[in-house]
Design a protein around this ligand. Sequence first.
Ligand code: SF4
Ligand code: SF4
Length: 291
Amino acid sequence: MARRPQILRKMHQKPHRYRWLRGLSQALTLAALWTVPLLGIVRIDLWGGQHLFRGQTVSFGGAVVGACLTTVVFYLITYVVNMFFARMFCGWGCPVGQLHRFGDASEGKGPAWRRWGPLVLHSAAVAAAFIPWWVDLAVFRDGSALAISATVGGWLGLTVVCALQGRFWRWAFCKSWCPIGLYYSIIRTEKSQSVVFDNAAKTCIDCGVCDKVCPVGLAPRDLQGTMPHRGGFSIAGLAGHNHCLTCGDCVESCEMVLAKKPGPIPLLFGIPKQPEAQPEPAQEEAVSAES
Ligand code: SF4
Ligand code: SF4
């Protein structure tokens, strides 16, 4: 059976609403990453020493504390978002996850520029978004040749690291090692969106494509079950829903498989139903005694 990169290639032969939605989410995330240092919310200026926090010049330590506080605020915002959307940021907005997606696309046949181009360009964009956090961009106007070379070198180095991450580590990082993903796995609530399987639709042909395309090795039709330890930082005993990136790849692949078949798509986004509570043994006995 085809592997994920091959399934993705087939999926991408046709336009799909998820493509532009993901592009939009990525653009928003990168814009947010640029906005924080450019508005002076936080900047640690390793070149000119003009460290900023909330628009004020502060000491190096103050800027480091500011960066930590900004991260905490980010976590609080995503906490609220994830109460409703689980790990949707992982599947849609995370620029690192997008590196992995382009890493998948770099596999297989076709011209090198087409396979590698998106990964290299996205790596360069992610690296560029982090440079203003560490250096005042005025370095390109007022800096010495050495300072400019160091800044460009930092950007190129980070670009290479990002590209290697997307090509080699890829989804194993999201599955087991990402500390943010771990946090999102834990805070999911029962009201969070996830992928649900509508067995009653009776349209599933058991092709297994959704299993193969899942980037983090889940069984999209059975996310209720608890998972064993999945390596790295992952926590054993959480439901598959907690590990799901809500990326929608399984939904899209199912739509592709069943495109020509009548009837509803059995995999879709939604709030999973809670398993019905089983009556206590004592209650069961009372019910049978009455009858
Ligand atoms: S892709 Fe759709 S049809 Fe195929 S196994 Fe998964 S749910 Fe069933
Ligand atoms: S189960 Fe579906 S939505 Fe969840 S991570 Fe796997 S492919 Fe993405």
